[in-house]
Design a protein around this ligand. Structure first.
Ligand SMILES: Nc1ncnc2c1ncn2[C@@H]1O[C@H](COP(=O)(O)OP(=O)(O)O)[C@@H](O)[C@H]1O
Ligand SMILES: [Mg+2]
Length: 293
């Protein structure tokens, strides 16, 4: 039985500026709740596009509509001009890979094995070949391992290839998820809050990693709450509020838009409480103690 590695897919980066992803009028309803409401979004090759908005704005739901986890109630999503099939593995095969807001790794597998799992859409090891473990199988496996190691090196985890993924610190688990997503050789990578739980140095490193991914010819669509990260990184930023697209433009345009500022100020408890609030609470507690004496 023939054992080979598929050379189709997105191995060759698309010419810069061609439309990759095109979402048109995407709406997702859960019963009476409209989580995503008539959203249009385009991502072209060579771009890094940001998707921001307060908690509950519908960002993750929109990602789920793009990647076949949800079938949108209305609207259409195309990739390179073809309507995407509503099955996650088919979307991956078409060239879109993603990471998850809540990390999804195989915790009892090694770091390397997790990346190898991500490669399976790009290998075509026949069943009998895998069972009989003939020379073709071993050749394909060697190629897969080599590519997986190259990706681990790329994200800075090569020295941890044999560690169990559950033993990695949080920030490194996020990097591993990115390596696993890249293993499917995507043309477009979707990242859902890639720096959540990271310290400032890890966040800076992730910024560099996303630029490096773009330089490999992979377009990126990224959801993130860290505004500095988003505005440093993105060519274009789209703002979702209550399921609808409020504004879209360059980082500069979006940063200074009053509606965006208002949308964020409308949800004051999203970030860390500020120093002023902390001081107020402390003062109130001290006062209460005094009274109780
Ligand atoms: N599977 C689901 N069933 C019902 N409601 C959902 C589901 N997924 C998300 N929602 C709701 O849709 C809204 C948008 O959620 P989400 O897309 O997770 O927002 P974000 O990622 O912007 O924080 C929220 O009100 C959320 O409770
Ligand atoms: Mg989310």
């Amino acid at each position: 039985m023939a054992t080979d590695t598929k050379t189709t897919g997105d191995a060759a980066p698309a010419a810069k500026g061609t439309t990759l992803l095109e979402a048109r009028g995407v709406t997702m309803r859960f019963g009476g709740l409209t989580a995503v409401n008539n959203v249009d979004l385009t991502v072209s090759s060579g771009e890094i596009v940001g998707l921001i908005g307060p908690n509950g704005a519908g960002k993750t739901t929109f990602f789920n509509c793009l990647t076949g986890l949800y079938i949108p109630t209305e609207g259409q999503v195309t990739y390179k001009g073809t309507v995407l099939p509503p099955k996650p593995f088919k979307v991956t095969a078409a060239g879109i890979a993603r990471t998850f807001q809540n990390i999804r790794l195989f915790s009892n597998m090694t770091v390397l094995e997790n990346v190898l799992v991500g490669r399976h859409t790009r290998t075509k090891e026949g069943l009998w070949s895998a069972i009989l473990r003939g020379p073709g199988f071993h050749r394909a496996e060697a190629v897969s391992r080599e590519k997986a190691m190259e990706l681990l090196d790329f994200v800075g985890l090569a020295d941890k290839a044999e560690h169990l993924s559950r033993n990695l610190p949080y920030g490194e688990q996020r990097k591993l998820e990115i390596a696993r997503a890249l293993a499917s050789e995507p043309g477009l990578l979707l990242l859902d809050e890639p720096t959540a739980g990271m310290n400032p140095q890890e966040t800076r490193a992730t910024e560099e990693l996303v630029f490096a991914i773009r330089d490999r010819g992979i377009a990126v669509l990224v959801i993130e709450h860290d505004m500095r990260f988003i505005f440093n990184l993105c060519d274009r930023v789209s703002v979702l509020v209550q399921g609808q697209k409020l504004v879209e433009g360059t980082s500069q345009v979006v940063q200074s838009d009053e509606r965006v500022i208002a949308a964020y100020l409308g949800t004051p408890f999203e970030g860390e409480p500020g120093e002023a609030e902390a001081a107020e609470v402390e003062a109130a507690e001290a006062g209460a103690k005094e009274e109780g004496k």
